[in-house]
Design a protein around this ligand. Structure first.
Ligand code: HEM
Length: 185
């Protein structure tokens, strides 16, 4: 079992930065759909730019995770809780890489407007418009967003459960400046 008591600065920065960006993207994505085309094109510049950043940060995070030890399960966690937590964490890694990739796929084939991330990367210029393929990627991007939303809710719930019910250090060890060792670990 891991001897590490808490996450280091790199892991904490990546966790909170990606977490905040993903929540903004999930909430913002829903409103995107109802905007008129001209406004949508403007907002999509930011949406696709932030999404591209999430992809790059997730690659860094994945690389970091493969090369560092992380704090292990606490003594209060049963086998099912340990398994669920591991599935949830690896689920995030897979789905948060997949989500921007599906967004880029959608952007490449959209015919109604251009998707230019931060006004710099023109994803729509990478392939000829194809309404059928754009629709497939659109549906997968939307469905994956729903699964990620469920994971986010479960993840926040699990963090609060650890902190307030199991009263362990799980939330504190990822919290900026969090002190561990005062509760059971
Ligand atoms: C973590 C990254 C991302 C998240 C969480 C996210 C989330 C979302 C959500 C929730 C929607 C609404 C889906 C629906 O209700 O059907 C959406 C729509 C969309 N996203 Fe993303 N997205 C991400 C990355 C990207 C990227 C990288 C691109 C393009 C390069 C992109 C392009 C689009 C487009 C074109 C739409 C559809 C807008 C429309 O209806 O015209 N997304 N996104």
């Amino acid at each position: 079992m891991s001897e590490i008591a808490k996450y280091g600065a790199t892991a904490k920065w990546l966790h909170w930065l990606i977490g905040i960006m993903v929540i903004i993207m999930l909430l913002g994505g829903q409103t995107l759909e109802s905007l008129p085309l001209s406004e949508r094109q403007q907002i999509i510049m930011v949406h696709s730019g932030l999404g591209t950043l999430v992809l790059l940060l997730m690659i860094v995070r994945w690389y970091w995770r493969m090369n560092h030890e992380v704090p292990g399960p606490t003594s209060a966690m049963g086998p099912l809780q340990i398994r669920l937590s591991s599935w949830m964490h690896w689920g995030f890694y897979v789905l948060l890489v997949l989500q921007p990739v599906l967004g880029i796929g959608q952007a490449m084939f959209i015919a109604d407007y251009e998707v230019v991330a931060f006004g710099v990367i023109n994803y729509s210029g990478l392939a000829a418009g194809n309404a059928e393929l754009a629709r497939v990627f659109h549906v997968m991007h939307g469905l994956n967003a729903l699964v990620i939303s469920a994971l986010v809710i479960g993840h926040i719930g699990a963090g609060l459960y650890h902190h307030f019910v199991q009263k362990d250090d799980v939330l504190r060890r990822m919290w900026p400046g969090g002190k561990v060792g005062q509760r059971s670990s």
